[in-house]
Design a protein around this ligand. Structure first.
Ligand code: CA2
Length: 149
């Protein structure tokens, strides 16, 4: 079964506990549970992780080079700052889908720039927690297409 690494960056462990008007009331555990349901539907396995540390995100991306078939990533604040994370993602030759709960283009100008987007195959933002199942559905489409070609 293909494995999809779903990586979450800093502060996303606080989802549902603060700022629900901005980020929704689902917790990260709720989102993870939803991801497992959608993944089972598509015949894929999800390895769901969250870290507050840039280096750990980068190491997880390195591990995905041999240990995953695709990556879904919400790099949170590091989206807008981390050239190092972007460089790590650029080494992957598996599908990468970027997810944000909020529409980063409707927010502060410093959130409009995404280093991750430069190396992602697709970007889903502004769909709230639903963005994760959407990303997994798209990944399963990309994997099926890849397997067929
Ligand atoms: O919209 C998104 O998913 C973001 O990646 C969320 C990041 C933000 O820095 C990005 O610009 C867009 C922030 C994650 C912080 O999550 C919190 C959750 C609850 C309470 C406080 C922060």
């Amino acid at each position: 079964m293909p494995t999809v690494l779903v990586l979450n960056g800093p502060n996303l462990n606080l989802l549902g506990l603060r700022e629900p008007e901005l980020y929704g009331s689902d917790t990260l555990a709720d989102i993870e549970a939803r991801c497992h349901v959608v993944a089972a539907h598509h015949g894929i396995e999800v390895d769901f992780r969250q870290t507050n540390h840039e280096g750990e995100l980068i190491e997880a991306v390195h591990a995905a080079r041999t240990g995953a078939d695709a990556v879904v990533i919400n790099a949170a604040g590091y989206t807008h700052t981390s050239v190092a994370l972007r460089d790590a993602l650029a080494t992957l030759d598996i599908p990468v889908v970027e997810v944000h709960l909020t529409n980063i283009h409707r927010r502060e100008p410093y959130r409009h720039r995404s280093f991750v987007a430069e190396v992602a195959d697709a970007l889903i933002c502004g769909a709230g927690a639903h963005g994760y199942p959407l990303a997994l559905t798209h990944v399963s489409h990309l994997l099926a297409k890849g397997a067929a070609s």
